[in-house]
Design a protein around this ligand. Sequence first.
Ligand code: UD1
Length: 360
Amino acid sequence: MRVCTLVGARPQFVKASVVSGALQRAGIEETIVHSGQHYDDALSAHIIEELGITQPHTNLRVGSLPHGQQTGLMMHRLDAFLDNAGQFDAVLVYGDTNSTLAGALVAAKRHIPVAHVEAGLRSFDRSMPEEINRVVTDHISTWLFCPTSSAVNNLSVEGIRRGVFHVGDVMLDAVKAFSDLAGRMYPLHMVTRHSPGTYIVATIHRPVNNQSHARLSRIVDTLGHLGNPVILPAHPATAKALESLAVPESVEVIGPVGYLKMCTLIRHAKCVVTDSGGLQKEAYWHRVPCVTLRPETEWPETLQGGWNTCVNDNPDEILLAVERSRPEHQQPFGMPGEGTASEGIAQVLSKYWQRNYMAE
Ligand code: UD1
């Protein structure tokens, strides 16, 4: 079986790091294509190297463009690549980025079955570009690999019931695969001068938060009043927006950190404050309370027991949520899933292949 995987943004490299290994073990031949959506080494090349992912076969080098142009250029270049790359039995895409949408659309129009990893997630907010990408991709996918039962339910409500597999969360596979290595390679004292439980990790990169000067300024100002130092590894777009803001002294803005260092930072943090989907879950798996800087989350499971709280940009709301995020406010922890999602995905694809082609 030959699979073409399209990746392009930081979280997709993390997911590919575990899924690609599982595909290989199942005897599936994978060709990785990088869309070039993320082009900073800190968001792309360094992560690919640190997690030992097979180097992408090619890079479509689309870079930053308005959404329509970025998605269109990816489609144009992926189509041209597929023209010359021989027959693929599936195109695999991850998550909800413009790279996900572009890969799914090109494949579906070429009648190549689409495998969507992280299918069925919904914020129910169609002003988010990611929500549009999720909905469209799910509706044209052949295999929908869901991380949670709420994702399976979301698809069912939209009438998608065939090809849906509740395999678990590949990001949990990654946490399980890399946590020990992160602890050995980057003990806390190598990553920050702060001691365990005395600092907060924050990330901000959603357009809703980093594209409004007033909103970003309110959030960052509030981070300065949390009573603990805040480490803020900034996405390049956020770093640029922060240049014109007065950042409080207790907020340490640093460049993007690698996956392993981030793992260490989260694990020992007092609390995580973020608008990232991935970090909400990683905080949960590391048993660290999280405050999400968005009115809703695609991961309602993390809200149970008070492990995650969604807030808007109201300073009092943020302060109260962080104050309440002390461990005594959380209920006992129930880790969802086994960390075997990647193997589940590889098995489904390889069974399909055997059923359809091995008999010939
Ligand atoms: C994308 C995804 C988001 C994902 C995130 C992970 C979409 C619609 N969004 O958002 O779902 O959670 O990646 O990081 O696809 N930029 C750089 N260097 C880079 C990449 C981006 O400076 O390497 C800046 C550019 O100024 C660009 C802006 O970030 O204009 C937005 O970039 P974009 O490619 O849309 O991705 P993200 O915002 O990172």
